[in-house]
Structures are given as C-alpha cells and as structure tokens.
Write a protein that binds this ligand. Structure first.
Ligand SMILES: [Zn+2]
Length: 283
C-alpha cells in the first residue's frame, strides 16, 4: 500500500525482465498521464454543477431545459418561449463560466503539459467550462460539450462562437437550418466525444506505468468502471482525488487523496527520471 512520501511509480517486472506486457523499450519509457476531471475540480473556482441547488438555476426545471426529446417536442409545438428559456439558461451558465478563474489544480495540470509535453498529458473532462484552457491547457476533450460553440441538429455541424452569447436566432453556417442549440450535450443526446474518451483509455493505447488520475468526479456522471474496465494491474497506476468516498465502486485505486482538488494537487510532485514520469505525494 502506498503511503505519504512514497513514489507511486511501481512498474512490476515480469519473469523475463519485461515491464508489464510490453517489450518495446521506447514505449516502456514513454509513460503518460491521463486526467479525467469532473465537476469537483471546478467547484473551487466557484462553478457548481446544475445538479446542485445554489439558487442560480432554481427558476428553471433542469430536467426540461437540458433534455433533447423535450427540445424536439417544443420545436414541433412551435414553442418559441421554451427555446428561448434553454438559451437564457445556458447564457447564464456561460456568464458564470466567463467570470471564473482556473484554480491551482488546473494550473498544475497545465504546468505538467508544458513540462512533459501535451502528447504525454491528456485531459478528458465532463465539465463544459473552459478553465483548463484558461490555465493554458491544450487538446482538452470535453465529453459533454462546451459553452464556446453551437451545434446544428439538422446536419451536426459545430461552430465556435467564443465569448459571444448563445443566440436563439442563429442559423447553422453549414446548412442554414434554424434548429440550432448550445453545443452542450443534453440528456438523451448522443455524445460523440465518448468515442475519443474510449480510445484514450483502451488498453492498446496504454504504456506501462501510465498514471491515471480520476479527479473530482462523482460516480453518477462517468463511472470509473467505464474508464478502467478490463484493467490489469501491470499497466497503470490509478490516483483518485475526490472530496467524496468512492469506496465500493469496483475499481481499486492505488492512491486515494481525499480532499479538495487544490489541496490534493499541491501535494503531488511529478518529475522526469530517465524519460519516465514519476510521482511523489508530499506531506
Ligand atoms: Zn446544419
């Protein structure tokens, strides 16, 4: 079991001197970091999930606002007010996000990307905010969409709108349809970036000693088993950073840091040793 102060670089050496199941020296050396981040990482930047009761969204029925079948139904019924409510709701969330600043956890991950290379530090998040990008992170996979783009439900075109508010009158630049929406994945909507997430986690894309962080995510959104199923112990080290207990989730984490994301990230020290990323938990 790992304790405070120990290195969590634990490559098992196989019987014939191979590391894990790989025998390509280069690949063995190039271990990588994969971060999965949920709402807990943004909480300390003042962003709550819409699942929380914090007053801001209480005038909206979230189950209707963020629901694709409902969105279709309102269109069929010609209910313009319902459409406008959806856009107003997401403009409020967007304003909230625009005023938020990245915290130490986002900044630390950005620093890792700069130190070890963006190809070795991959970020997957269920958050729709851009706090990773504001911190300087690149290639962030937003599995539930983001608030800086719109999507067309006729032709699936997505386009960047940056800081501009969502406009319910805006037509698709591809096909001209006015059946557009904020590019945030609704309940009942297909989430195409789950395919990207799946490929990042699939065993064929792993190297020995990869470090997987599961940060600030409740099991409700993306269950750890979804990411780590079929795992063999040799290929990875799992670190869970969470304010909540994930006991009984069916995945055994090698390191569990129970606390806020900023507290936990301030205790993690990663360095390069012979091209390998090694980690240490500071007291
Ligand atoms: Zn279109």
């Amino acid at each position: 079991m790992l304790t405070v102060g120990s290195f969590f670089w634990l490559t098992p050496i196989g019987p014939n001197g191979t590391i894990g199941t790989l025998n390509n020296t280069e690949r063995q050396r190039m271990n990588k970091i994969v971060i999965f981040a949920g709402a807990g990482i943004s909480e300390e930047s003042g962003l709550s999930t819409f699942r929380c009761q914090d007053g801001l969204w209480e005038n909206y029925d979230v189950s209707k606002i963020c629901d694709l079948p409902q969105f279709f139904e309102d269109r069929m019924a010609g209910n313009q007010q319902a459409r406008q409510d959806v856009f107003d709701f997401y403009n409020m969330r967007k304003l909230n996000i625009q005023n938020a600043k990245p915290n130490l956890a986002h900044l630390k991950i950005a620093e890792w990307q700069q130190t070890f290379g963006a190809d070795r530090v991959q970020i997957v998040t269920s958050n729709i905010d851009d706090l990773f990008e504001k911190a300087g992170c690149v290639n962030v996979v937003h599995v539930h969409g983001d608030t800086n783009s719109m999507k067309c439900l006729e032709c699936d075109e997505e386009w960047h709108i940056g800081d501009d508010p969502f406009d319910s009158q805006e037509s698709c630049p591809g096909c001209g349809s006015d059946f557009t929406k904020p590019n945030v994945v609704f309940f009942g909507e297909n989430a195409p970036e789950y395919v990207t997430m799946g490929s990042i986690y699939q065993s064929g894309n792993r190297n020995a000693g990869d470090l997987f962080f599961y940060v600030g995510s409740s099991m409700n959104v993306i269950h750890p088993l979804r990411l780590f199923r079929g795992e063999t112990k040799e290929t990875r080290i799992l670190v869970d950073i969470n304010a909540h207990q994930l006991a009984g989730c069916g995945v055994r984490f090698d390191v569990v840091l129970q606390g806020t994301a900023t507290e936990s990230f301030s205790r993690i020290n990663l360095t390069l040793k012979n091209d390998k990323i090694v980690g240490e938990i500071l007291k």
